[in-house]
Structure formats: structure tokens, C-alpha cells
Design a protein around this ligand. Structure first.
Ligand SMILES: [Zn+2]
Length: 620
């Protein structure tokens, strides 16, 4: 251990500024004191509150999100007139009332009942942003009669055709017997019922359907052949225009790409290679942005506000599984903690099929920004589905807190986690940013400068607006077993006097209000728990009575801890097993890919499809 400390001390000499630049997570334990300097007057950027979001059906008594999205595979074949939907390959191509099963009876049969239900829930929980997925696949469920056989593929009487423009008067109540659903009538109905996007009560954004690169597998009874790039653009432009005509201020999100193979080539779409070669595009994202901009320019208005991708980590632990739950294997836990680096860190090499094919578009966020700057400046970024796993373990909380910090540092506008069955630790990490005290107090809306050197630690610091009276600092500790001494300094002319402390660690998904920390000479020292998320609320005011809010925080943040989750590694696991990625930067992406035989690329497509099947199986 002593040798290790010495080595890490040398490596840690580099000071890292948390402004979206590469922060290198440690590959082995770094137990040197972590010196952190926060400069409240150095404002880096504003933070979009909508990155703290969830998908519909997350337990809103457990998590306090700032955005909510109604999406998923079901939405492609959702009939707004009747609330019937089709599950596609997720469940026997069944048509039923599944998506509204938990809604009040009066909404189950009301047109747009689902949207009304989501908006109602959002309102009840003070969630300011609701995103709704619209239908672009072409046909939606026409009944609730269960499994649809191959012989009843669309068009058939099991499906209702989707048409963007009705071309006549929009009805106040839709005609349920015409075998068609109209998107302009849907939007008109929604804005009439709920108000427009700027009303404070309406839907704020609309998504151009969901994961279209997979339609020919997910919804094969409607999309018989893989969708081409050109078809996607044509459908997207047309529906985006309808949205903007109905509610000009609403955000349009697209194309909701499911994962890396869709970003790269729209899942090897039939027309991709030709389009790519003719235009010199790097990846499908370039083409999509370029086409949406051209269409917007010629119609005189922006048609795409937010570029939307989905991101489920493909990184594997030493066990060979992606996003595994081997919590007693240090290597597997570290693989999760490191996996978020695919978002921003050019030195990260994950153990995945993506890396095996060169990972040309990792780190993801810088690549996305490069494409936006070139092809459609001003487009915002969202991840309406993502998950780094570990929802039932503290490692999932740490990865989630880092994810949110990375989103803040990298200008992400909107993000809604797609929660799997157990998500209490990930939700608790969201609450650290939105409701750490159980009274609605959250992270600030303005990111300020943090400097730190310990590679097991990341620091995200914030104030509200320009008010430096209170500084909220979230520190993640990725040291697996050792407490990490923290020396926190505030670089400021004025004096800070107290710090409330909230922490998430160990085998509980409760945010714990800790004893207040003493601040002297704008410095405080603290011992960070191993594998923890800690928030310091540093104030110029003297300490109030923190114990009062402590109890509230513990009570209000629901405790779903599931008993005996062992966070400790078995002694038999070698300490160095975690080296699933290398910080070596000698091999450039292009070198990697040029050496890659074509056959490996083909294998990657197979792997992608297998991966998709695995991911989809986890979804409802
Ligand atoms: Zn594992």
C-alpha cells in the first residue's frame, strides 16, 4: 500500500481544472490528501436544470427530477386517440393498454390521456419540463387485442395510419372510427387542453419518435425493411414543421438514436455509405444535423432544437459482462466508475466492442460538439435515455453523480435516465443535485471553477446566479475501500463561516445529513467516505441548526436500501484486476481503425445487435 501511495502521489501532481477538460480517474487507489480549491467568483457556465431528469414511471416519491420524458419503444406505436400501443419485439408485438395501466380511469379512455397523465404528475411534483414523444413510425396500434401476428403486419386492420396533416378542420374530439390518427390534430388537442410550451402548464418539448435505427427489428410489423437515412430525414423534417406550426416555442428533439452504431452509420443503413462518401461526413450525426439545418433554413425557422442520443454504457468489467452487478469484484466496480469517461475523456479506453472497432467517436461529447459547430450551430444536446448501471449499489450513485457533473461541465441541455428495476442509488445521486435536504434545496445553477489533484476524486462546484454567499460543492470519491482526507479551500476575498454536509455512501441509498463542518480561514478539512458522494453547502452565514434539517433529509429521501449489499471486495480479488482501460494516449483512434480488419467491423455490427437485444430485454 505504501508503494502504491508513493506512485499515486507522483501521478497526482497534475492539477485538473473542472471545466469540461479531461479529468483522469485513477486506475488504482489514491489515498493522498485531496486538495481542492474552489473559486466562487470564476463562473464557468450556467447549468441546465433539465439534466436532472427521469423517464416516465420513475417513482417520483423517491426522486426529485427537473424534467420528465414520455418515451421508449412503446411510443412509436402509441395511438393518442385511444391510448392503445404496441410493444413490438419487447413483448410479442402485443397491442394493449399497457402504457396507461397506472393512470386514473378517466384518463385511460381520454384522448391524449397519457400526455395529460404525465403533465399532471409533473405538475404535482413541480417538474418544470415535460418532453413528449410523437409518432413517426407510420402506424400505431388500432386495438387492445393482444399479440399481432406476422400475417397482420401493417397495413392491416390491427393498425391505424399516422398522418402528419389532416388537411381539414381539426376536431375537438378525434374520430375513432376513421382508421387514422393525425399529428396536427394531436398537437392542437394538447395545446388546447394543456396550453402551449410557454404557458407554464403545457408540454415543453416534442421528440421525433424513438430509436428509428432499430424500427426494422423493434417494430418489424410496421417497418419491414431497415429505415434509410433519407427516409428518416424526410419524416423528421415534415413532423418538425407540424410541431413548429402548432407551437413555435416548443423544443424539437431528434433523432433519439439508440446507441453508438446508430450514431456512426444509422445502424449500417442502406444509403449510408453513399451519403457519407458524397458529403465527406464523419458519422451519421453530421448528416442529420446538416439536413435538419438545410430544411430549417429553407423554411425560415429552426426545425431541430436538441440533438438527442441515447447512451447505455457498453463498458465491461474483467468478468466480460457489460454493466454487471459484481459488486464484490473491485475490477467490475471500477469499470462502472470509469465508464462515464466515454462521455468526455480522450485518454479513456473502455473494454467494449466500441473500443475494439476504434471508438472513433469517443469521447462522445467533444465529438458531438464538433459536429454541431460545423453543421448546425446552436443545437443543444440531450440524452433522453442513458444508464451506467449499479442502480442498487453505491457505485451506481457515484457514477450517476459524476455523469450529472459531466453533463453540467459539457453543456448538456436535457437528460432523463432510463431507470431499470432497482434505481434507488442513481435516484439518490440525482437528489444530491435537486433535493439534498428533503426540502427542495439543490445544486446551484451556475458552475464555478474547481481545481483538484486526486484522481479518485471529482469536484463540481456551483453558486446560484452571481450570488457567492452560498457555494454548493459536490465531491465524488471513487476510492473503493479507503477514506480520503479532503482539504477544501475557497478562494475568495470574503469569509465563509460554515458548511452543511450531506453524504451518500455505504449500503444505504439515503442522503445522510452529517454534522456541519468547521470553516476557518476559508478552509475546511473532511474525511470522504470510500465510494461516496458528498455535498458541502458552504455559507458566509454562521451555521444554523443543521440537525433539524438533517432529520428531515433522512426521512424525506425514501430509503429503499435492499439490505445486505456488500461493498467490500473479497480479499481474493487481485487489486490490479481493474485495468480494463489504459490511460496510454500513444495509440490514436485513426491508427486503431486503420489496423482494424473489415471483418472486425462486421463482427461489431453483430455485437451491436446482440447488445441491443440485451438492452431491450431490460426495458418494459
Ligand atoms: Zn462483472
Amino acid at each position: 500500500m505504501i508503494l502504491k501511495k508513493t506512485l499515486c502521489g507522483a501521478v497526482a501532481a497534475l492539477t485538473v481544472i473542472a471545466s469540461g477538460q479531461a479529468v483522469v480517474f485513477a486506475e488504482s487507489a489514491d489515498t493522498s490528501p485531496s486538495k481542492v480549491t474552489v473559486t466562487p467568483s470564476e463562473r464557468l457556465k450556467s447549468i441546465s436544470p433539465y439534466i436532472y431528469g427521469v423517464n416516465f414511471e420513475a417513482d417520483l416519491n423517491t426522486v426529485a427530477p427537473k424534467s420528465i420524458r414520455m418515451g421508449g419503444n412503446r411510443m412509436s406505436a402509441y395511438n393518442w386517440e385511444t391510448n392503445m400501443s404496441n410493444a413490438g419485439s419487447d413483448w410479442r408485438n402485443a397491442s394493449d393498454m399497457y402504457v396507461v395501466r397506472n393512470l386514473p380511469d378517466e384518463l385511460k379512455t381520454a384522448p391524449a390521456g397519457l400526455a395529460q397523465g404525465v403533465v399532471g404528475e409533473a405538475k404535482a411534483h413541480n417538474i418544470p419540463y415535460t418532453l413528449l414523444t410523437l409518432q413517426m413510425l407510420g402506424y400505431v396500434s388500432a386495438d387492445q387485442n393482444g399479440d399481432v401476428p406476422e400475417t397482420s403486419a401493417a397495413p392491416s386492420d390491427r393498425w391505424a395510419e399516422v398522418i402528419n396533416r389532416k388537411g381539414g378542420e381539426l376536431a375537438e374530439s378525434p374520430d375513432l372510427s376513421d382508421g387514422k390518427v393525425y399529428m396536427d390534430e394531436y398537437l392542437n388537442y394538447l395545446t388546447g387542453k394543456l396550453g402551449k410550451s410557454d404557458s407554464g402548464t403545457g408540454i415543453r418539448g416534442y421528440e421525433l419518435d424513438n430509436e428509428p435505427a432499430l424500427w426494422s427489428s423493434t417494430h418489424s410489423l410496421v417497418q419491414r425493411q431497415p429505415l434509410s437515412c433519407a427516409e428518416l430525414v424526410m419524416k423528421s423534417v415534415d413532423l418538425a414543421k407540424v410541431i413548429k406550426e402548432s407551437d413555435e416555442g416548443a423544443d424539437v428533439f431528434g433523432p433519439s438514436l439508440y446507441g453508438y452504431a446508430a450514431y456512426a452509420s444509422f445502424q449500417g443503413a442502406p444509403d449510408w455509405e453513399e451519403i457519407k462518401a458524397a458529403n465527406g461526413y464523419r458519422w451519421f450525426v453530421d448528416y442529420y444535423l446538416d439536413e435538419m439545418k438545410k430544411a430549417g433554413d429553407s423554411s425560415g425557422k429552426r426545425l431541430l432544437d436538441v440533438l438527442d442520443l441515447h447512451f447505455y454504457t457498453e463498458a465491461k468489467g474483467p468478468c466480460g459482462e457489460r454493466s454487471c452487478n459484481h459488486y464484490d469484484n473491485d475490477g467490475c466496480v471500477k469499470a462502472r466508475l470509469n465508464s462515464v469517461r466515454a462521455l468526455y475523456d480522450e485518454r479513456y479506453r473502455e473494454n467494449s466492442w466500441i473500443q475494439s472497432t476504434g471508438a472513433q467517436f469517443f469521447p462522445l461529447l467533444p465529438n458531438i460538439k464538433q459536429s454541431i459547430d460545423k453543421y448546425y450551430p446552436g443545437t443543444k444536446i440531450s440524452f433522453t435515455e442513458y444508464n451506467f448501471g449499479g442502480g442498487d449499489h453505491i457505485s451506481g450513485a457515484v457514477a450517476q453523480a459524476d455523469t450529472l457533473g459531466i453533463f453540467a461541465e459539457n453543456d448538456v441541455y436535457f437528460a432523463t435516465i432510463w431507470a431499470f428495476e432497482n434505481s434507488q442509488y442513481q435516484f439518490a445521486a440525482i437528489n444530491m443535485f435537486t433535493n439534498y435536504d428533503g426540502k427542495g434545496s439543490g445544486f446551484g445553477d451556475t458552475l464555478v471553477k474547481s481545481e483538484y489533484e486526486n484522481k479518485d476524486v471529482s469536484v463540481y462546484s456551483s453558486i446560484d446566479g452571481e450570488n457567492e454567499d452560498t457555494v454548493k460543492i459536490i465531491v465524488t470519491n471513487r476510492s473503493l475501500h479507503e477514506e480520503t482526507p479532503l482539504e477544501l479551500s475557497l478562494s475568495s476575498n470574503s469569509e465563509y463561516k460554515s458548511a452543511e454536509v450531506y453524504a451518500l455512501y455505504g449500503d444505504s441509498s439515503e442522503i445522510r445529513a452529517m454534522p456541519a463542518a468547521t470553516v476557518e480561514g476559508n478552509k475546511l478539512t473532511y474525511s470522504l467516505q470510500p465510494l461516496s458522494v458528498t455535498e458541502f453547502v458552504v455559507s458566509r452565514n454562521s451555521a444554523a441548526a443543521p440537525s433539524e434539517s438533517s432529520r428531515d433529509a433522512s426521512e424525506n429521501v425514501s430509503d429503499n436500501s435492499s439490505g445486505d449489499i456488500s461493498a467490500n471486495a473479497s480479499d481474493s480479488v487481485p487489486e490490479d484486476i481493474s485495468l480494463v482501460s489504459s490511460v496510454s494516449d500513444s495509440a490514436s483512434h485513426s491508427e486503431n481503425i486503420s489496423l482494424m480488419p473489415i471483418i472486425i467491423a462486421a463482427a461489431a455490427v453483430v455485437a451491436a445487435v446482440v447488445t441491443v437485444v440485451i438492452v431491450k430485454k431490460k426495458k418494459k
